[in-house]
Design a protein around this ligand. Structure first.
Ligand code: SAH
Length: 385
């Protein structure tokens, strides 16, 4: 072994590869514990331990999840003598909005949040005529190092807690309930884990958040699992674990290339889990949960948008059967500052769609909602076609 530092590996295209990071730095201060981190039973147990009446946990949960109250002064059913203590124990401040950007006449709202330790994350609320979606972050930063993704360039800062993830949805629910978004008072129907971070690299907190979203009110938000989408680069063991959780969320796999050579470059984790292993895990998820899997494919001009790659992708997916287990969602690339990649020519995009459909693969092109407020992140693109 020589003492000289090894230069970072580069790809054929000359891109510097960042190391993949799964574990956050040790010895960090944890985010404050919040009722959304706990199950209903754990909340009751905590209060009892503190010498407070356990039944207050349900009242505080009702304020948080059903009434969407954030001001303790409105919690008038809690005795004034206990209110401060209860709020401190179960509802500590988790995050502060630093900035909100609006697009699409106010129906798309992106919020930049500052967490307790100064870490910054983003969430986006998108309201459509028939639904409202919150796109949440699951980590501050990301360790997966995909070179076309803005978040991937900064590395991982830390995992978010369950409550920090849930709070992004509750904040969106409050805005809708209070009529702050054009279209009158409304509710959150969908949550997509497509903000910053790799959800499957923060599995425990993410599953906790999913449980809080689907737990019936007042223990959680009472959402349908069908309205929740977890997007992953393809951490195969975690995908298999998710399939066994018994919560039929939609799985989205960020494939972006049908062949290992190109995917190794675009999604570096592919050097650990090959295209074949990753797509098999997606198919396995569909088989077990009976939920159609979504293959995400960011269209990059001259990189992955060739007609023969469309054919290769179609054949790859069809090799697992044509029982409707999968659909492809093409994402027009949102170029990140300084990146050498740009979005595909619309003509090439149409041909890509045509070839997939000719092979019987249902294909949609994601709308580019909020694109003008996405520039800084490049990742919080709108969710569904
Ligand atoms: N880490 C998870 C979820 C976050 S990103 C994942 O990779 O799936 C959500 C989606 O946005 C992923 O498909 C990701 O590849 C894609 N994405 C990232 N940067 C993008 C960009 N600049 N333009 C278009 N899509 C991008």
């Amino acid at each position: 072994m020589s003492d000289a530092p090894t230069p970072p590996p580069t790809t054929t295209a000359g891109t510097t590869l960042l190391p993949l990071v799964f574990d956050e730095p040790r010895g960090r201060k944890k985010p404050p514990r919040h009722l959304a981190d706990l199950t209903a039973d754990e909340r009751t147990a905590l209060l009892t331990e503190m010498g407070l009446p356990g039944f207050r946990a349900r009242q505080v949960s009702t304020h948080y999840f059903s009434r969407l109250v954030d001001d303790p002064a409105e919690m008038t059913d809690l005795p004034a003598t206990q209110r401060d203590e209860l709020v401190k124990a179960l509802l500590p401040d988790l995050m502060t909005p630093l900035r909100t950007l609006e697009a699409d006449k106010g129906t798309t709202r992106k919020t930049l949040w500052k967490l307790f330790d100064g870490a910054l994350v983003e969430s986006v609320l998108m309201r459509y005529p028939d639904r409202a979606t919150v796109c949440v972050s699951s980590q501050a930063g990301c360790g997966m190092a995909c070179p076309f993704c803005a978040t991937g360039q900064g590395g991982l800062q830390r995992n978010m807690s369950t409550a920090e993830i849930v709070e992004q949805v509750v904040a969106g629910a409050r805005s809708l309930a209070r009529g702050e978004v054009p279209g009158g008072p409304g509710r959150v129907s969908n949550v997509v884990f497509m903000g910053m971070g790799e959800p499957m690299a923060n599995y425990k907190a993410v599953i906790g958040a999913v449980r809080r979203l689907v737990d019936p009110t007042p223990n959680g938000l009472g959402m349908s699992a069908r309205g929740i989408t977890v997007s992953t680069v393809g951490l195969v063991p975690r995908m298999n674990q998710l399939a066994e959780e018994g919560i039929p969320v939609t799985l989205a796999l960020s494939l972006h290339a049908p062949d290992d050579e190109l995917r190794n470059e675009l999604v570096p984790i592919n050097t650990r889990y090959s295209v074949a292993e990753t797509v098999e895990a997606a198919w396995n998820y569909a088989r077990i949960t009976k939920r159609r899997v979504s293959i995400e494919y960011a269209m990059m001009r001259g990189i992955n948008d060739q007609a023969d790659r469309a054919d290769l992708l179609g054949d790859l997916l069809n090799s697992y059967g044509d029982w409707g287990w999968v659909h492809v969602n093409l994402i027009p690339l949102n170029p990140t500052p300084g990146s050498k990649w740009t979005a595909s020519d619309p003509k090439d995009e149409r041909e890509f769609v045509r070839r997939l459909e000719a092979k019987g693969i249902p294909t949609t092109v994601r709308d580019t909602r909020g694109r003008e407020i996405d520039g800084a992140c490049g990742q919080l693109a709108a969710t569904e076609a």
